[in-house]
Design a protein around this ligand. Structure first.
Ligand SMILES: [Zn+2]
Length: 287
């Protein structure tokens, strides 16, 4: 090894460290270039540029690939100290910390993976999906409708005649429904069975309440053959049973074996693979 003493400490920083340093260099060089262009001052960029150049020039002679990468590190690390104060701010903004290995929560209300619950409302609250299609007198987003039709055909093959009982609800319809529940049952119970406008999955056009005439929209649907079929097969068609039994803490809602949420086939399969029982768990939120 040809004198790699200075670069060594940098290696221990690992890949993240290298990325941060690289990002810092890029930011500094850009900032310096901008300043040079604006002010016509050439003093600042030169030391940085020559520092990088010198270190980089010494890199190629190194024998092994490892030595090369060590040199590359040192090349990037060397100019950092001189530009001290100005590095700090860009580095933090250029290298956001990953929360964990959970997927990112989509914010676009039109995204198939959008999370809607009591803590995550639609933005805007008045959101209305495009491309609604009608099925069984109800509306759903076109992509969700196609998937639900496939699910229904699959269920029919196994002897279950499912229907779409409730699909898309506009913000105004959601508010009206919510008000009627509040008047009938009181606010606290209404909270467990319905949501205000902007906080219902039905407003996305991706939620489908299904049933076959037995225990429709009742918990006992989960114990019927059709309900069991739905629980077992929904994910194969891109859906998830959104409010499973025993997951009230996670979802904020009581068990609803009839309420399906379309996620698309990729996310619905990912969710099963992840062993998450709810969308909240899938996104690394509530246990
Ligand atoms: Zn529902």
């Amino acid at each position: 090894m040809p004198v790699p003493a200075p670069p060594r400490p940098v290696m221990s920083r690992g890949v993240l460290g290298r990325l941060v340093v690289t990002a810092a260099i890029v930011v500094i060089m850009l900032a310096v270039a901008v300043i040079a262009l604006k002010l016509g001052v050439r003093d600042e960029p030169d030391p940085t540029a020559s520092g990088t150049g010198t270190a980089a020039a010494s890199a190629p002679p190194a024998a092994s690939a490892q030595a090369n990468s060590a040199q590359a590190n040192s090349g990037q690390a060397t100019p950092a100290p001189p530009a001290s104060a100005r590095i700090q701010a860009p580095v933090t903004s250029a290298a956001p910390k990953p929360r964990d290995d959970s997927p990112q929560i989509p914010r676009d209300p039109a995204d198939l993976g959008v999370l809607v619950n009591k803590d995550h409302g639609l933005e805007p609250t008045s959101y209305a999906p495009e491309n609604l299609r009608t099925l069984n007198g109800q509306q759903l987003r076109a992509d969700a409708t196609g998937a639900l039709e496939k699910l229904m055909r699959g269920a029919a093959k196994d002897g279950h005649n499912l229907k779409l009982l409730s699909g898309y609800r506009s913000a105004a319809e959601q508010d009206a429904l919510r008000n009627s529940y509040e008047q009938r049952y009181g606010t606290s119970y209404a909270n467990t069975i319905s949501a205000p406008a902007g906080f219902s999955e039905h407003q996305t056009g991706l939620a489908a309440d299904v049933g076959n005439g037995r225990c429709d929209l009742e918990k006992c649907f989960g114990q019927t053959p059709a309900g069991k079929w739905v629980a077992k097969n929904a994910s194969k068609y891109g859906f998830t049973v959104r409010y499973p039994l025993g997951q009230e803490e996670s979802t904020g809602y009581a068990y609803e074996p009839w309420h399906l949420r379309y996620l698309g086939s990729k996310t619905s399969k990912d969710l099963v693979k992840s062993k998450a029982k709810t969308l909240e768990q899938y996104y690394g939120l509530k246990p």
